[in-house]
Design a protein around this ligand. Structure first.
Ligand code: ZN
Length: 134
């Protein structure tokens, strides 16, 4: 009797596995996808750092360091009295750096990429400062 029960339960288990393996597999994949989406792709920016870009102490741009790589040239307010050509790069590791600049000293270009609150990259000749928000 005992032996018989064991056999039948094994049989049922086998049937379920065979019939529903694909469905279970699909559910598992969906759950895995949801977990992945929740932790890595969820469109929230609250836990990312923000970099503020200033020109002559005026905030011209705020960018979120969310790991989406982006390279762009700073756009300054109109009627500025100088030509500023600064190319900024957000890296996949959520840091921001200056790729190129038309300033004479290139200190900003040589400043390592920043990501921590309080850190900044300054291009004094161009009056541009990039700061990580506190
Ligand atoms: Zn510079």
């Amino acid at each position: 009797m005992h032996q018989e029960n064991k056999d039948s339960s094994q049989h049922i288990t086998w049937k379920i596995n065979k019939k529903e393996a694909l469905i279970l597999g699909a559910i598992f994949l969906v759950l895995l996808g949801l977990i992945f989406w929740y932790y890595f792709l969820r469109p929230t920016t609250s836990h990312y750092k923000t970099a503020d870009i200033y020109y002559e102490n005026e905030l011209i741009e705020s960018v979120v360091l969310d790991g989406k790589e982006k390279t762009w040239t700073l756009e300054l307010p109109e009627n500025t009295h100088q030509t500023v050509d600064i190319e900024v790069h957000i890296r996949a590791d959520r840091k921001i750096e200056v790729l190129s600049s038309n300033c004479p000293d290139k200190i900003c270009v040589h400043t390592p990429a920043i990501s921590e609150p309080g850190q900044s990259i300054a291009c004094l000749p161009n009056h541009v400062i990039i700061k990580i928000e506190e």
